[in-house]
Design a protein around this ligand. Sequence first.
Ligand code: 13P
Ligand code: ZN
Length: 276
Amino acid sequence: MRILESKFVQGFIKMADDGFMQGWHERNGGNLSYRLKPEEVESIKPRLNSPGNWTPIGTSVPGLSGEYFLVTGSGKYFRNIKVDPEVCIAIIELDEKGENYRIRWGLVEGGVPTSELPSHLMNHEVKKRVTDGKHRVIYHAHTTNTIALTFVLPLNDEVFTRELWEMATECPVVFPEGVGVIGWMVPGGRDIAIETSKLMERYNVAIWAHHGMFCSGEDFDLTFGLMHTVEKSAEILLKVLSVTPHKLQTIQPQNFRDLADGFRLKLPERFLYEKE
Ligand code: 13P
Ligand code: ZN
């Protein structure tokens, strides 16, 4: 099958365009990666390019040795992915140690995978382990409202999770494990990748202060839907905070406990603290 026509490439392109349409990808902002299934690798293998040189990933992900990923290119614009995917995205293969990659398809006018490849791959490594291989998508976007919140809320997991949950009844159903937050760090390297992948041990959402968000999920719909839900909740919260510093009424801790019973969720008590 032609690589461009395969279902996972089409799903990837659609998700990238959906993200662009939301306004989350100014210029080259954001990046996306997908861990291919063995049968997908088999189906495209005859059409992969002959292997080029190995390049260091910049970190070590032994749990992903030999795996293939579809990734966005560094400096490529999400708005162009739908128009010219073979220029903007690439399929990479990892070596047996999980320390180097090589490009096997795409980036036909040159380029390299996203500068956030260390974060993507370290997140994939954690998620592959903790979800028994179910999670395949890691998505980073510059979500406007969530970024704005990192200037006005304390940068801790409990406050962010609780405030986002309160903004829409569906939120605790969509991200019952909560969200993680890290303070400002230099993007694009191993240090921020390590901090982000630590959060991915327990959450599917990691917020980077004054920068954006990372989400992990099983497929394109679930991962996009998660990002969309968190970002919409952040938008509601900003609207509320713009009108008043004090909510007149909100969803209370006991309401969340009742929701957990009704929807058979586990909502950690550390998010259901009493406010003064
Ligand atoms: P890339 O263009 O290298 O993917 O970087 C964009 C970005 O959002 C960095 O955090
Ligand atoms: Zn970014």
